[in-house]
Design a protein around this ligand. Sequence first.
Ligand SMILES: C[S@@+](CC[C@H](N)C(=O)[O-])C[C@H]1O[C@@H](n2cnc3c(N)ncnc32)[C@H](O)[C@@H]1O
Length: 223
Amino acid sequence: MTGTPRPIDDPAGFIRAETRLRAVPMVPEIVLHLADEAVPIWQRTEEELGAMGLPPPFWAFAWAGGQALARHILDHPGIVAGARVLDFASGSGLVAIAAARAGAASVEAADIDPFAAHAIALNAAANGAAGIAVLPADLVGQDRGWDVVLAGDIAYERDTAERVFAWLFALAARGAAVWIGDPGRSYLPRERLVKIADYAVPVSRELEDSEIKHTSVWRPRAG
Ligand SMILES: C[S@@+](CC[C@H](N)C(=O)[O-])C[C@H]1O[C@@H](n2cnc3c(N)ncnc32)[C@H](O)[C@@H]1O
C-alpha cells in the first residue's frame, strides 16, 4: 500500500453501506449518513482507497462544533436569510444544510476530503436541501464575496487552525459575518473571539471521551 489514494468507483455506495441515516442529536430536524464508530469505517476507507495514513472520516460524524452552529442558525435564521453563505470545512454538510433550510440565498460547502464532497451531496439530498454547491477544495486565502462564513469544529490541529483563523479574521475585517462553532478545542484563539451562545451537545464517547460536550458559538472580536 502507498500513501496515494486510488480513485474509487462508487463513493456514494460506499458511504451508504458504511453509515446509517440518522437524526442529528442537537439538530433532529436534519438527518445525516452517520457512522456508529470511527475506527472500522476509517480502516475500510483505507482499504477501499488502497492507501494508509489517511485522515479520519470526519464526514461520517456530526461534530460538536457543527451541531451547535447548525442549532444556532436554525434558531436564528436571520443570520443567513438571503445571504451568500460559505460553510468552510463542511464535513458531513450539516452546517450547510442548516443554512439552506434557514433561507440562505446560496450555500457553498467546502472540504478538502474527497469523501466529504460525496457525503455532503448525499446528506443534502436526504434533507431536500437543493442547491448546495459542493467545493472539494482548500479555500483558505480565497474571497468569493461571501456575506456569511460558517465554520464548525476547525480548531483541533495547530497548523490548520493558524492558517484558517488568519483567513477568517481577514474576511471578518472586510465585512463578512463569520460564525464559529467550537467545543473548546486546543487551538481556538479565544482571546480574539466573543462567545455568543452555549450549548450542551450530545456526542459519541468513542470520539470525545464524554457524552456531552459543552460547545459555544463564537464570532471574531471587533477591531
Ligand atoms: C472536525 S471536522 C468538522 C466537520 C463539520 N464542520 C462538523 O462540525 O461536523 C473538520 C473538517 O475540516 C476539514 N478540513 C480540514 N482542513 C481543511 C481545509 N483547509 N479546507 C477545507 N476543509 C478542511 C476536514 O476534512 C474535516 O471534514
